[in-house]
Design a protein around this ligand. Structure first.
Ligand SMILES: Nc1ncnc2c1ncn2[C@@H]1O[C@H](COP(=O)(O)OP(=O)(O)OP(=O)(O)O)[C@@H](O)[C@H]1O
Ligand SMILES: Cc1ncc(C[n+]2csc(CCOP(=O)(O)O)c2C)c(N)n1
Ligand SMILES: [Mg+2]
Length: 317
């Protein structure tokens, strides 16, 4: 399958600047050896006003989403968060006690929750928009990071939690559906699945930021498998079930989920379900991998008819 434009730019211009640790700029994070037993996982996610969040969103929620999007990439690699660097580029109006105090309260709240600390950063003025950027470090036992490119035909395809709630939150905040606090909370406060330890269970993993189908297409392309997924199996919240028919494409292409999508060999499914029980995170099998034919994803409805989508997910360009 063809790369979305954003990823064509990365592939064409930035890949040639990268080192082996960068994994060809095709994964959620880079992996750098720390010592004999550990590796450092490195990722960076930026957020801009009007693109990732709303200018008037409460500062503590902006801060928490910023950390959580990055933590989600660490979780996608099967690593645990260690610390982060923070770059702020803000218009004048945000450099005041009220905004800074609330923003740093949000950071402090999630630092505590996820056992993180701040290593450093940079603060600049921005003449136009607010842009916030985090570089996050995680740690993982050597050789245990979970890559995107290691799924095999017959492996099951699984997701954590429920899909599509945050995309509905965005519609609610945009006034396109009536206001719904559950969806809005799912948009503002992602739940990175860091507690889940799938290191010796999953054959490949990534997080869903751009939309389930598009992100799965990265996993299939990199792993050189195709995928079959069933619309009926995609886990929806009780709220989302109320809207299902009209908004199904939004659920699977809207993004902002920060759930994990991963593959498991069939003989390890029981182990995965034990881990799910241990941490209290729901895992759902939505399909399976088949032999490679261009990394295609076949989406089958309840009658086994294949659904074709206009767009697979979010691309910035
Ligand atoms: N400007 C850039 N320079 C170098 N590498 C980049 C750049 N932009 C993206 N990358 C790399 O390209 C890959 C894909 O980036 P992307 O931000 O889409 O990550 P993702 O994990 O797929 O999505 P998300 O960050 O939303 O979870 C990553 O390896 C990332 O480090
Ligand atoms: C105000 C507003 N408008 C639109 C969206 C939707 N959105 C923006 S970026 C993105 C993908 C993840 O980002 P990235 O690929 O940069 O990590 C998604 C789903 C939003 N969150 N807020
Ligand atoms: Mg990611």
């Amino acid at each position: 399958m063809e790369l979305p434009p954003e990823f064509q730019i990365i592939d064409q211009y930035f890949k040639k600047l990268s080192c082996p640790e960068a994994l060809d700029l095709t994964d959620d994070a880079a992996i750098v050896s720390l010592n004999q037993n550990e590796e450092i996982v490195l990722t960076m996610d930026a957020m801009s006003e009007g693109v990732h969040f709303f200018k008037n969103d409460p500062a503590d929620l902006i801060a928490r989403k910023l950390l959580r999007c990055n933590i989600s990439d660490i979780a996608a690699m099967g690593a645990k968060p260690y610390g982060y660097l923070l770059a702020l580029s803000l218009p004048d109006q945000y450099f005041n006690h009220q905004w800074m105090n609330l923003f740093t309260k949000g950071l402090a709240h999630d630092q505590k929750k996820y056992g993180l600390s701040l290593f450093g950063g940079d603060t600049t003025k921005n003449l136009n928009n607010m842009t916030l950027s985090v570089t996050m470090l995680g740690k993982v036992r050597k050789g245990q990071a979970i890559r995107r490119n290691t799924a095999k035909p017959t492996d099951g395809i699984w997701v954590t939690g429920t899909i599509g709630d945050a995309a509905m939150g965005l519609l609610a905040l945009d006034g396109k559906i009536s206001t719904n606090q559950y969806f809005i909370d799912r948009y503002h406060i992602p739940q990175p699945r860091i507690e889940l330890s799938l290191n010796q269970i999953a054959s490949a993993a990534m997080d869903i930021s751009d939309g389930l189908v598009q992100d799965l297409s990265h996993l299939t392309r990199e792993s050189r498998v195709d995928a079959v997924i069933y619309t009926n199996s995609i886990p929806l919240s009780n709220e989302a079930k109320k809207f299902q028919k009209d908004y199904f494409q939004t659920y699977i292409t809207g993004g902002d989920d920060y759930e994990l999508i991963f593959t498991i060999p069939v003989n390890k499914e029981n182990k995965a379900l034990e881990e799910s029980k241990r941490v209290g995170i729901k895992l759902t099998k939505i399909g399976y991998c088949i032999e490679y034919n261009n990394g295609q994803i076949h989406i089958l409805d309840e009658y086994d008819n294949e659904i074709k989508l206009g767009k697979l997910g979010w691309s910035h360009i």
